[in-house]
Every structure is written in C-alpha cells, then in structure tokens.
Design a protein around this ligand. Structure first.
Ligand code: B12
Length: 267
C-alpha cells in the first residue's frame, strides 16, 4: 500500500480517544527529533538545541547526540517527553478512490475499452536526477515484487529518464500521443518539486487545447497528500507506491468501466 492507508482499527479494538507517544511506559510522551543549527558545536549550541526542544513542547528534553558538521553547524538528536496530545478522531485520511486490479485485469480493461495501447510518457523533470523512483514504477523489473508498467502488454511506455526539461517533455508527449504523463520529483530543496510540477502543468495547459491535456501524474516521497489542485495535476503518488497501484489508476482515469443501467459502474 502507498501512503493512502486505512487508519481504521479492527471492529473489536476501540481506538483510544486521546493518545500520547510511547517510550518506556504507556503515555510517557517520549519522542526523538533531529535537526541542525547554524552554530559551532559547543555548550552554547547544546543549550540552544534544548531551548528549541522546549519551545517545541518537549519537557524534559536531553541532547543525546551532537556532532559538528563543519566549523559553523551542529547536528543534534534530542530525546524527551512531548507535552502534546493527539486526537485520532480528528485525522482526515485520504482513501484510494479506485479498486486495485491485477495486470491481467488492467490489460483486459484497456484492450476492451480503449481498443488501442495506452501511451505513458515518464520523466524525472528539472535538475532532478533521482530516477530510482520513476524507474521502479516504469521499468520491467518493477518494485516490491510487482512488475513495472513496461511489462503490461497494453501499455506503451516511453521513459525519458533524468533531468528532462519541461519543453522537451511537452514536445515528446505530443509526438508520442501520450495519454498520461508521469513525472517524478524527489528533491524538495527550496520547494523545487512544487515549482517544477506547477511549471510542468502550466506548460501542458498552454500547449494543448482545453480538454485534450494528457492525464498529468506526479510522484515522489515528499508531495503533500491532497495537493493535486494546487499543483494542477490529476493525481499524486507518494512513498511506497507500487506499479500496480499506478496501472489501476490509469484504468480508473482513462479506461473506466461503463456505467450499468442502474448507474453503478460495471466491474
Ligand atoms: C539514491 C540517491 C541519490 C542518487 C540518485 C541515483 C538515481 N539514479 O536515482 C545520487 C547519488 C545521484 C543522488 C544525488 C543527489 N542527491 Co540524493 N538521494 C538518494 C537516496 C539515498 C535514495 C533515493 C531513492 O532512490 N529512493 C528509492 C525510491 C524507490 O524511492 P522514491 O524515490 O521515493 O520512489 C518511490 C515513490 O516516491 C514513488 N515515486 C517516485 N517518483 C514517482 C513518479 C511517479 C509518476 C509515480 C507514480 C510514483 C513515484 O514510487 C517510488 C516507488 O515506491 C535519497 C535518500 C533516501 N533514503 O531517500 C537521497 C536524497 C533524495 N538525495 C538528496 C540530495 C540532497 C542529493 C544531491 C543534491 C546531493 C548533492 N549535494 O549532490 C544530489 C542531487 C542530484 C540531482 N541533480 O538530482 C536528498 C534530498 C533532500 C531534499 N530535501 O530534497 C536526499 C533525501 C538525501 C538526504 N537526506 O539529504 N542521490
């Protein structure tokens, strides 16, 4: 499963209303955080780390690790009791909105409903060179025991690889008559993933007549759940996504089951 997991408990187990983190004894609130301060490593820096921990609601707090990273920075690990409470009933969970299909079902659905191969163009855009994630989804060898999209007989996959500039991606998507464009963004420094993705979606909307833009999908470990609208993409996939989830989504979005007379979708 991806980041979109069910938090619902088994019916016999009741979820406690309020919880605190657990360290040595139930509800002791113990947590561990790590961060870097732009200070040389000395006693003052350790005091500053504790000051930050207290402001974050950790009390008592202990510096359990401090290491200089060059002359002007120190990395800390702080362990302590958080005085915040967590209310699980207030958590909003985004559920997967489509059924998981087998590879056979994906191929059948595309063959029967689209009557041609579904074309997927994928790339790691901007200066991002982290291709392991997109390759896990697209390459035959796949991920987590599942074969990648290249292995599906009814998908034609064009993987453009790393550091693809947006104009090149748009041009290639047009040339290949892409039904779906899958982009990966792993680097999040200075919100690069957000800037690159919004630039990409704007470029597609400019290049294609309204209503003909391919399905735009972004993936990477640090996209915020539910930020599709802000980024202009149809779907975001996060940490731990498997190729089967993506293939099932492509069917859901591009080759959906026709509605039956009762208004229900046929399986
Ligand atoms: C391997 C790696 C590299 C390799 C990349 C090799 C390659 N060909 O990909 C190399 C050594 C080149 C590299 C370089 C750099 N890296 Co690096 N790298 C990593 C590392 C260790 C693993 C990333 C990885 O492969 N994960 C495994 C894959 C399977 O997971 P994933 O990417 O999350 O993909 C899954 C999902 O997110 C999703 N997914 C991802 N993309 C897509 C796309 C679609 C369409 C879909 C549906 C799903 C999907 O599905 C995948 C499978 O579940 C991470 C740290 C870490 N442990 O994550 C740092 C990390 C990503 N790198 C980092 C950095 C800073 C860099 C450099 C800037 C370092 C430097 N100073 O030079 C450079 C940047 C190079 C560049 N121009 O991009 C930082 C990024 C920090 C940040 N906030 O952005 C990290 C987090 C390390 C760190 N903690 O500092 N890196």
């Amino acid at each position: 499963m991806s980041n979109r997991t069910h938090l619902t408990d088994s019916p016999r187990k009741l979820t406690p209303k309020i919880v605190r983190p657990y360290g040595d004894t139930t509800g002791d609130g113990m947590i561990q955080v790590s961060f870097t301060l732009p200070l040389p490593h000395d006693k003052r820096a350790e005091g500053a780390a504790l000051q930050l921990a207290k402001k974050m609601g950790m009390d008592p707090a202990l510096v359990v690790h401090a290491k200089a990273i060059g002359p002007d920075f120190t990395f800390f690990v702080v362990y302590g009791s958080s005085n915040h409470l967590v209310d699980p009933s207030q958590v909003r969970v985004v559920e997967r909105e489509y059924p998981l299909l087998t590879a056979y079902e994906v191929n059948q659905a595309i063959r029967q409903r689209l009557r041609r191969k579904l074309v997927v163009v994928g790339a790691c855009i901007g200066t991002d060179a982290h291709t392991v994630g997109i390759d896990a989804i697209l390459n035959i060898k796949g991920f987590a025991g599942e074969k990648g999209l290249e292995c599906y007989s009814e998908l034609r996959v064009v993987n453009l690889g790393a550091q693809v500039m947006v104009p090149e991606l748009v041009a290639r998507a047009r040339e290949e008559h892409a039904d779906a464009v899958l982009v990966s963004q792993v680097v999040t420094q200075k919100d690069a993933h957000i800037h690159n993705t919004t630039q990409m979606t704007a470029a597609f909307r400019e290049a294609y007549p309204a209503g003909t833009v391919p399905l735009l999908v972004a993936g990477g470990p640090r996209f915020e759940d539910g930020s599709e609208g802000r980024l202009g993409v149809d779907r975001i996939f996060g940490r731990g996504t498997t190729p089967g989830e993506v293939a099932s989504y492509l069917v859901h979005a591009l080759a959906p089951a026709p509605a039956t007379p009762s208004g229900r979708k046929a399986s």
